[in-house]
Ligand binder design. Structure first.
Ligand code: MRU
Length: 352
C-alpha cells in the first residue's frame, strides 16, 4: 500500500515492538503507533486501533513474538500467557486464533533450545503470509472484473484490514493496475463507519473512483442497475461456507440476490474455520452500545469530537452471518471456489 507516496504495511513487527497504523484517526490523520507490551498490543486489538481480520491476526502474531521475547519465564510459559490474553480480544475474527495457534504450535514442535527462534519465525510467517495471500487474492479476483465494472463493497476489507493489499479490495487494486476502469460503491458501515472512514480513504490513496453512500442507499442503487458485482471480506468462514462479516453484510447479500447481482466473498485460508460446521456456531462479538449511541469526527474547527445521536438504549452486534447459499463464490489465494467441497476446501483447510 502506498500512502502519500510511501510504501506502508498495516502491521510491522520490529523486534519486540508492534508497529501499527492508528486507524481511528483516519481519514483525518495518518499516524503510526508503537506498542511495547503484550497488554498494549491486546488493548489495541480490543479498542480497534487495529481492526480487520487479517490485520488482527498479524497483530496477534506480533504480540506472540513480543510475549516470547519479553517473557521472564520459559518461552512456552510466556507464549501460553500471551495467547491467553490475546484470545480475549475479538471473538469473531478467525485469523486471530489461526495466528496464535500457528506461533504456539511452532514453538511446541521445536526443541527447547530452538523455541524462541521457532516462535519468531512462525510469527513473521503469519505476517508475511497474509500479505502474500492477499496479493494472490487480487490476481484471482481481478479475473471477475471487466473494464467499466461498478463494484459494491461493505465495511473495510482493504489493505488496512490486512498487512497489505486486502481481500475484497485486492481484486479492485489489481484490476486497476491492469488498466481496467473500475469504480466502487462504498457504504458507510454504521456504527463505526469503516466504509466511509477507511475504505474511502484507501480508494482515494489508490486513485480508484468511488462514492460513499449511506448504508440504506445500496438497495436502490442495485435496483437502478448501477451495481455489477458485490465483493466483501469475511471475518470467519464456517466449513459449509457460511460467512461471518461486518453487521449489514447479510442485508447486502439478500439485496444482491434479489437483483440478480453476484455476491462474492474474498478471504485468505486463515479466515476459514474447518472446525465450525456452519454459521450458527460462529461467535458474534457484541461491542459497546456507545458505538451506536455516539459518532465521532472532526468538527469545522478541526477538533476531534464525539457526539451523541440517540438517548435510547442501544444494542451493537458487530457481525452477522450470510448463508453460503447467497454467495456466488469464495475468492481465495488458492483460486475461486464456487461451493464448499465434500471434503472441505481443497488446498485451503486441508493443509492444517
Ligand atoms: O470490526 P472490524 O472492523 O474488525 O471488522 C472487520 C471488517 O472490516 C469486515 O468485517 C471485513 O469485511 C472483514 S475483515 C477483512
Amino acid at each position: 500500500m502506498i500512502v502519500d507516496g510511501v510504501h506502508q504495511r498495516t502491521v510491522v513487527r520490529d523486534g519486540a515492538v508492534v508497529d501499527l497504523i492508528d486507524q481511528p484517526l483516519l481519514p483525518h490523520a495518518f499516524r503510526r503507533v508503537r506498542l511495547h507490551t503484550v497488554e498494549e498490543t491486546a488493548s489495541a486489538i480490543s479498542d480497534m486501533i487495529v481492526r480487520g481480520a487479517g490485520a488482527i491476526g498479524a497483530t496477534a502474531a506480533a504480540g506472540m513474538a513480543q510475549a516470547a521475547l519479553l517473557g521472564e519465564r520459559d518461552v512456552l510459559a510466556a507464549l501460553d500467557a500471551g495467547a491467553a490474553r490475546l484470545r480475549r480480544t475479538r471473538p469473531t475474527a478467525q485469523n486471530l486464533f489461526y495466528a496464535i495457534d500457528a506461533v504456539l504450535d511452532a514453538a511446541r514442535r521445536a526443541d527447547v533450545a530452538d523455541r524462541l527462534e521457532a516462535a519468531l519465525g512462525a510469527a513473521d510467517a503469519v505476517i508475511d503470509g497474509d500479505a502474500a495471500a492477499c496479493e494472490r487474492i487480487g490476481h484471482v479476483g481481478a479475473e471477475l472484473l471487466a473494464d467499466g465494472m461498478r463494484v459494491a463493497t461493505h465495511c473495510n476489507a482493504g489493505w488496512l484490514a490486512f498487512v497489505d493489499w486486502g481481500s475484497a479490495l485486492a481484486p479492485v487494486y489489481r484490476a486497476v493496475r491492469q488498466g481496467k476502469r473500475v469504480s466502487v460503491w462504498v457504504d458507510e458501515t454504521r456504527p463505526r463507519g469503516q466504509g466511509a472512514r477507511l475504505t474511502a480513504w484507501e480508494l482515494e490513496q489508490e486513485g480508484v473512483a468511488h462514492h460513499v453512500i449511506a448504508d440504506n442507499a445500496l438497495a436502490s442503487r442495485m435496483r437502478a442497475g448501477d451495481v455489477d458485482v458485490v465483493i466483501t471480506g469475511a471475518d470467519r468462514i464456517a466449513a459449509n461456507g457460511d460467512v461471518a462479516n461486518k453487521i449489514g453484510t447479510y442485508a447486502v447479500a439478500l439485496c444482491a440476490r434479489a437483483h440478480g447481482i453476484p455476491f462474492y466473498v474474498a478471504a485468505p485460508a486463515s479466515t476459514f474455520d474447518p472446525g465450525t460446521p456452519d454459521g450458527e456456531g460462529i461467535p458474534i462479538e457484541e461491542r459497546s452500545a456507545e458505538e451506536v449511541a455516539y459518532t465521532w469526527g472532526l468538527d469545522d474547527d478541526g477538533v476531534f469530537r464525539r457526539v451523541r445521536t440517540t438517548r435510547s438504549p442501544c444494542r451493537n452486534p458487530a457481525f452477522d452471518v450470510t448463508p453460503a447459499g447467497l454467495v456466488a463464490g469464495w475468492i481465495t489465494e488458492r483460486g475461486l471456489f464456487r461451493s464448499p467441497g465434500e471434503a472441505g476446501w481443497p488446498g485451503l483447510t486441508d493443509r492444517r
